[in-house]
Design a binder for this molecule. Structure first.
Ligand code: ZN
Length: 127
């Protein structure tokens, strides 16, 4: 995990980055012809090929992300009470980035304990 975000969001981010990279390379490659003339055509060719591979890679990532999100567990985040999706046993909430886990051994606090803490800290909010 490179970023502090949920796995589904990270997949989307990488897909987007690869698409941008691919398009950028294609544009740069085409621009190479304008700037360097005949010798720029080689650069253009390489840029187009790498750009195309990057675009195909992003397509694959989007596809995998789509497949994964169908098998993701949907649950209500105990921290921000929004409906989020989890991949695997441990993932971050898509909205508040709280670490969530389905494995009781790895959890240091349960949803019930969190609720108790909140009600204990602010009893007037619970009416
Ligand atoms: Zn949350």
């Amino acid at each position: 995990m490179f970023f502090k975000s949920s796995k589904i969001n990270e997949f989307r981010l990488w897909g987007l980055l690869l698409t941008m990279l691919g398009m950028g390379l294609m544009v740069l490659g085409t621009a190479g012809v304008v700037f360097w003339g005949q010798s720029g055509k080689v650069v253009a060719g390489i840029g187009l090929v790498i750009g195309l591979i990057a675009m195909l890679g992003s397509l694959a990532i989007y596809f995998i992300a789509g497949m994964l999100s169908t098998s993701a567990v949907q649950l209500e985040c105990p921290e921000c009470h929004k409906l989020t999706k989890m991949l695997g046993k441990t993932d971050r909430c898509m909205f508040c980035k709280t670490m969530l886990t389905l494995d009781p051994d790895r959890a240091n606090i349960t949803a019930e304990q969190l609720q108790q803490q909140k009600t204990a800290a602010a009893p007037s909010a619970e009416t």
